[in-house]
Ligand binder design. Structure first.
Ligand SMILES: NC(=O)c1ccc[n+]([C@@H]2O[C@H](COP(=O)([O-])OP(=O)(O)OC[C@H]3O[C@@H](n4cnc5c(N)ncnc54)[C@H](O)[C@@H]3O)[C@@H](O)[C@H]2O)c1
Length: 253
């Protein structure tokens, strides 16, 4: 596919972790990829890795929870790469604490990034998908949506994203747009490293302990999620919409 005809995908929170792996995978699948993260400079590594592999990428700095920044970012992607018809809402943060210690700020930031961020991004991108009569939205949920100690804010946001996904599937289906969610289990990234650090656990030991409780007997890696995104975004997945796939090495871990 030539540069001018490549479909354009946006991946948020793509400076590292699951977002970076997803951006690389979608570029390998033939998409031109907008790599969005808080600071444009932090996207350089992902952009360079895509370009080194022969792909096309654009790094854009934006806070996905800020309406003006989102509109400016999506406008820039449309002008410099082309109309974004794939959106992967991956940007995320954790602010874990037991309910009695959770601050208003812990609650608000998690809602800001996951829920408001996914809403703003989807609202800004949907017109390009509707115009193209083709689009794909993939939202990152989590096994924490089923409930997780110390994560009242995050579990709520990740469960909320499942309802958001199903509603987008219903509203946008007639325009050739699908919306699906991926609920990862334990994936080795900076986010889970920070969790291990916060609870005072040695990283290697923590990974081994988590892996021992996972049916496939290993911890997840970002590429496991990127692969699932690739499926949802693919041409052949056009009849799969409004679904939540738990990618956790087992049914509920
Ligand atoms: N790692 C796991 O085990 C796991 C499990 C389930 C779900 N998830 C979800 O997968 C997604 C990616 O997680 P990860 O482990 O790669 O995390 P990560 O912390 O390694 O990466 C998250 C990225 O999002 C960016 N980000 C944060 N706030 C942002 C904002 N307001 N605007 C733009 N970018 C922002 C960060 O700068 C960072 O680059 C998140 O939504 C996370 O909740 C992760």
């Amino acid at each position: 596919m030539s540069e001018s005809t490549a479909r354009v995908a946006i991946v948020t929170g793509a400076a590292r972790g699951i977002g970076a792996a997803t951006a690389l995978r979608l570029a390998a699948d033939g998409f031109a990829v907008a790599v969005i993260d808080l600071d444009e400079s932090s996207t350089a590594g992902t952009v360079q890795a895509i370009e080194a592999a022969g792909g096309r990428a654009l790094g854009v700095g934006a806070d996905v929870g800020d309406a003006e920044q989102v509109q400016a970012a999506v406008d820039r992607v449309a002008a410099e790469l082309g109309p974004p018809v794939v959106l992967v809402n991956n940007a995320g943060v954790t602010r874990d604490n037991m309910l009695f210690k959770m601050t208003d700020a812990d609650w608000d930031l998690v809602m800001h990034v996951h829920l408001r961020g996914s809403f703003l991004m989807a609202r800004a991108c949907q017109k390009y998908m509707v115009d193209a009569k083709w689009g794909r939205v993939v939202n990152l949920s989590s096994t924490s949506a089923l409930g997780n100690r110390g994560q009242a804010n995050y579990a709520t946001a990740k469960a909320g994203l499942q309802g958001f996904t199903k509603t987008l599937a219903i509203e946008l289906g007639k325009f050739g747009v699908t919306a699906n969610a991926i609920a990862p289990g334990f994936i080795q990234t900076e986010m889970t490293k920070a969790t291990a650090e916060r609870i005072g656990r040695d990283w290697e030991e923590y990974v081994a302990e988590r892996a021992a409780a996972i049916p496939v007997a290993r911890a997840g890696v970002p590429e496991d999620i990127a692969h699932t995104v690739s499926f949802f975004v693919s041409e052949g997945a056009g009849f799969v919409s409004g679904q939540v796939v738990y990618v956790a090495g087992g049914p509920r871990t």
